[in-house]
Design a protein. Sequence first.
Length: 94
Amino acid sequence: MKVAIATATVALVLLVFALISFLNYDNFLEIQSLRGPTNIIGVVFVLRGIGDFNSFGVFRKKSFDKFSTFDRLVYTPLCFYLGISLFFIASEWV
């Protein structure tokens, strides 16, 4: 039961992140105050990509379990991509 609640919480947080990013993209609703939260979300994703020096991220300890393999191949590059993309969305360049 606790795993389901944690999964639902992470899904809800990612949905809110996506909504904030969508509203900020191309100044969809002309809301200038969303640039700060979009940059903060970008920082969250980049920090997740860097990791905690123990179990996930670029600087994690070597491990060969299933999570570590997917973290190295999928999750860490995805977090860096999302973080950098959000920095561009929040900037005036888009």
